[in-house]
Design a protein around this ligand. Structure first.
Ligand code: E4P
Length: 245
């Protein structure tokens, strides 16, 4: 009897532990990687968008230049989405990053300050962590860099999956190893799989436990598509028409 009770207790403990682990992991977030307002609106309308990431190249692609226009554009993005909006600093020295980051963070509560993975970026991350300002450490390509970002208290770390794949290096493997290191120590930094290029990147990131993926609109809408869904729906509608005129 005692043995049975202790088995039952252990089972309940295990279930509770598993639930706690699930709760800790939370849902997988979908961010869209663009500064294009129409695409952001389209993703938001789908009801599955959790945020936006931008970078200086994406802003330039939309023709947004000059401090005033850049800040206004970030505000416009924040007003379109319910969720985090990563806005990247341009400065590469600590003082400049702190100045720009504070200005960006003051713009809107949804702003996350995006910092490059360089020594001053890590120092700035630590500074913002101390101030309660959320950060996204970007341009991460190695485990050492991911470990440093977590140690500095980054809210998000952005390993660039697609750019690693482009040079025949396994980007997914990097993300899965970051997952192991973060789980070993309970780092709360969220793994934001960046430089996503296609739907399989999204699915594989979900399999290995990336907290967030950021990709183009096509990587989100592409998840909808299956020819059997299309042909099945066409058949259902045709059969309905036969009986209902
Ligand atoms: C987002 O945070 C990154 O800047 C972005 O995903 C980089 O993507 P790319 O490699 O397609 O430029």
């Amino acid at each position: 009897m005692v043995f049975l009770i202790s088995c039952k207790t252990r089972k309940i403990d295990n279930i509770e532990q598993a639930n706690n682990n699930l709760l800790k992991k939370g849902i997988m977030k979908f961010f869209i990687d663009t500064a294009n307002l129409e695409q952001i609106k389209e993703a938001q309308a789908l009801g599955v968008l959790d945020g936006v990431t931008t970078n200086p190249s994406l802003m330039a692609k939309e023709g947004i230049s000059g401090k005033h226009k850049i800040l206004n554009h970030y505000s416009a993005i924040c007003n379109l989405v319910d969720g985090d909006v990563s806005a990247e600093v341009i400065a590469t020295d600590l003082e400049g990053m702190i100045r720009e980051g504070e200005e960006l963070a003051a713009l809107h509560p949804q702003i996350v300050v995006k910092l490059p993975m360089i020594a001053d970026g890590v120092k700035a991350c630590k500074y913002f962590t101390g101030k309660g300002i959320r950060t996204n450490v970007t341009l991460v390509f190695s485990l050492g860099q991911a470990l440093l970002a977590a140690k500095a208290g980054a809210t998000y770390v952005s390993p660039f999956l697609g750019r690693l794949d482009d040079i025949s290096t396994d980007g997914l493997h990097l993300i899965s190893e970051i997952r192991i290191i973060y789980d070993n120590y309970g780092f709360e930094t969220e793994i934001l799989a960046a430089s996503i290029r296609n739907t399989m990147h999204v699915i594989n990131c979900a399999k290995i436990g990336a907290n967030v993926m950021t990709g183009p609109l096509s990587s989100i809408t592409g998840l909808l598509k299956h020819p059997l869904t299309d042909s099945g729906l066409a058949q259902f509608l045709a059969d309905y028409s036969k009986g209902n005129g």
